[in-house]
Design a protein around this ligand. Structure first.
Ligand SMILES: [Zn+2]
Length: 367
């Protein structure tokens, strides 16, 4: 039996407030524990988004009642909330900025809207960037200009990992994460053209094909995947970007992008260990030591994960705890099963059953 420290996922979409038919603080944290993850950092693009004191209170109130594992909540950067979120920094996981297209209160259409956030958000708390390709390069320039750390979410491309490598070599304060789907899946055949009624029939007949591959950043080419694997030392964290949507939503004419991931990240990585593509110390570094350091997270005393390294099994959505009811890794044969999770001295998960009750989880930013 392999014993790991409590794993930390710095990128989770809990979907509460607002879209609890996809997931909520209860089901997301149950899925986390079943996946060997004892602490999650929740993203702010909920409905409403978390971007001021009252919306932060809303998310934290739901989390306090329902979370089964430990957590912190990100704030979202908007066009006119730099001062407000800077004041809330000590209560939040960090600040999330969407530099590519997004919508509503978190929309940052031009770079003058980024500046007050880089100026005002306290430097001892992280700024996390959703920034793809050239937007990421702009984000790195901001990190250099304002001399402050940034963490790049879900890198997926060769050009991204190589630029981050060069930036780190020149002392720019940048860290980054990669998601399992960008390490284990490649670009599907080209997406169909924009929806037409005729096309919709075809998609429906194939039982929901391309909608289940929709994710942002998109799945990349084999060359990108290979370059990520070849540059694992540049990558600071493994994160899920757990972004659940229901199957009817994924198979609809307008599938929303995103994959669930909390319960599959560890078995996928352990399978890579069994194939000598990765080591256990690397998993511990990227899922415990580094996220703790980057996001200034506290110790979780008496917390560990017990894993049967030799257990082989097939990933099946029916066995998962996420409310969304599917996984892009359905039917994959993996090696390495989470058997037991102990969180702050209490048995929180054992052999398929989540034992920690809603409300057991603690906000790690509470003093
Ligand atoms: Zn995300």
């Amino acid at each position: 039996m392999l014993k790991l420290p409590g794993l930390i996922d710095p990128h989770v979409h809990v979907r509460e407030p607002g879209q609890t038919h996809k997931e909520d603080w209860d089901s997301a944290t149950a899925a986390a524990l079943a996946g060997g993850i004892t602490m999650i950092l929740a993203m702010p693009n909920t409905r409403p988004p978390i971007f001021d004191a009252s919306t932060l209170d809303l998310a934290l109130a739901a989390a306090k009642l329902k979370a089964r594992c430990d957590y912190a909540q990100f704030l979202g950067a908007g066009p006119d909330n730099a001062e407000a979120v800077a004041k809330l920094a000590s209560r939040a996981a960090g600040l999330k900025m969407y530099l590519d297209s997004t919508f509503g209160e978190l929309r940052l259409d031009d770079m003058t809207l980024w500046m007050p956030h880089f100026e005002q958000y306290p430097k001892d708390f992280p700024i996390v960037l959703h920034s793809e390709a050239r937007s990421m390069a702009a984000g790195l320039l901001f990190a250099a200009i304002y001399d402050r750390p940034v963490h790049i979410a879900h890198i997926s491309l060769k050009e991204e990992v190589l630029l981050i490598k060069a930036a780190k070599e020149r002392g720019i304060k940048v860290t980054c994460e990669v998601c399992p789907h960008h390490l284990f899946l490649t670009m599907p055949p080209p997406s169909p053209p924009p929806f037409s009624p005729k096309m919709g029939e075809g998609v429906r007949r194939t039982g929901g094909g391309w909608g289940r591959k929709e994710v942002r950043p998109r799945l990349a080419a084999q060359e990108d995947v290979d370059t990520l694997w070849a540059n694992l030392d540049v990558i600071d964290c493994f994160a899920t970007d757990h972004a659940p949507h229901t199957l009817p939503e994924k198979d609809s004419e307008n599938p929303p992008p995103g994959f669930p991931g909390l319960e599959t990240i560890l078995p996928l990585l352990l399978t890579a260990v069994s194939e000598s593509r990765l080591t256990i110390p690397t998993i511990i570094e990227k899922m415990h030591i580094n996220p703790k350091h980057i996001f200034h997270l506290p110790d979780q005393p008496e917390t560990w994960v017990e894993v049967d390294e030799n257990a082989s099994y097939e990933i099946r959505a029916a066995d998962l705890h996420s409310r969304c009811g599917w996984t892009p890794f359905e039917g994959w044969q993996v090696k390495g099963r989470v058997r037991r999770v102990v969180l702050r001295g209490k048995e929180a998960y054992k052999d398929g059953e989540v034992l920690a009750k809603p409300g057991f989880g603690k906000n790690v930013r509470d003093d």
